[in-house]
Ligand binder design. Sequence first.
Ligand SMILES: Nc1nc2c(ncn2[C@@H]2O[C@H](COP(=O)(O)OP(=O)(O)O)[C@@H](O)[C@H]2O)c(=O)[nH]1
Ligand SMILES: [Mg+2]
Length: 435
Amino acid sequence: MDTIFALSSGSLPSGVAVVRISGPRTRFVVETFCREVPKPRRASLRKLWSSSGMLMDEGLVLWFPGPKSFTGEDCCEFQVHGGRAVVSALLEELSAFDGLRLAEPGEFSRRAFENGRLDLTEIEGLSDLIQAQTETQRRQALAQASGGLRKQLEEWRSRLVRMRALLEADFDFADEEDVPGSVADGVWEDARKLARELGAALDDSRRGEIIRDGYQIVILGPPNAGKSSLINALARRDIAIVTPEEGTTRDLLEVQLDIDGFAVTVVDTAGLRETDGIVEREGIRRARERASMADLVVYLEPVEGMMAGIDTDLQGFANVKVLRFKSKDDAGLSGDNGISVNRENGLEPLLNSIIASLAEIGDLAVPAVVTRERHRVAIAKCRDYCVKAADAQKLGSELRSEMLRLACDEIGKVTGRVDVDDLLDVIFSEFCIGK
Ligand SMILES: Nc1nc2c(ncn2[C@@H]2O[C@H](COP(=O)(O)OP(=O)(O)O)[C@@H](O)[C@H]2O)c(=O)[nH]1
Ligand SMILES: [Mg+2]
């Protein structure tokens, strides 16, 4: 097993830089640099010496002997001055040791997973925590990184294991006289109950995924409705070109915003109209396609020269929530849903309706179980196997028990106990080097 090292802190120069090592050679490196091994899990101020006896820097050394470390292996963190030359002296020195090499992205976390320190959902939570840009993302990621989802999954799994154990016991006594049939009956009742709980966890308006991936808002409307002006106003900078000419915007333009602690992606689009222009037509196709996948459409319609046919414009978005506003309402003619970017009228109410729509995605006090599509797929399959097993009265107990085993495996796929080799590369490559 290689010993790996990396700069775990951000770009240089910085006040402090953290260089991390993990693996069997760590102790030897610490002995060489510090001329002794400091107390485990205590911050110790030490001079750091190179193998040739040159003083590299002075800093805090944190020695974590395995298995009680992040990776489960011997680990050490050096907190040194965050100068480029300091860090490169240290990294160069480290790469000169036999059996040491630079870590790949996510490799520390991968070792933590492989040594059973963290399950896959905790790893994902950690990755999300590092990526988190908004308050709701931070809270959700922290809950998952701290084992919130793992505990729930383990509870479900242990119930399935228990059901199967009861069935096994039933098989063993099947030839004897006075076996209560009620044991198996109870199991099927439990399976149905579990299926209902799994269903409830899935029925969450995709809250966890929306928080993680961002809430998608697409601005639609006829040409010149002021869509590009609106995205610029929301972003407080020039995202899109604004002109009095119709058909200015063709491509989708997007901006990431933090609205009330939510990650929100706002997309500006080409104005919807009949046109012969090839480029504009493609822009309109993209606008419609993106809107059909959105969480919310903000539809702008200029207060004057209103275009007929708004309802045909909105065909195909039956499943998407639409908020309509009268744009360019400089004189405040349309009351509540009038907006004027030029006069900065109505923008606050518009934001408030967006915030109200965000609030509809559910009770944030209750952490979402599902934060990724792959959780949703596996939990749905688990539920289906439970229902199948419970309802398959004509099948033998062995077959029905086998269905419960398959249900169990689906949970195992989420936590990483089962059959996930192809997934690991994808998950760990999301990480930065040093984590
Ligand atoms: N009077 C007035 N003009 C506006 C307002 N918003 C945008 N416009 C103008 O309407 C024209 C089209 O705006 P633009 O944002 O490019 O519309 P888009 O085609 O929907 O993206 C530009 O000349 C803007 O300056 C507004 O609130 N009031
Ligand atoms: Mg535009």
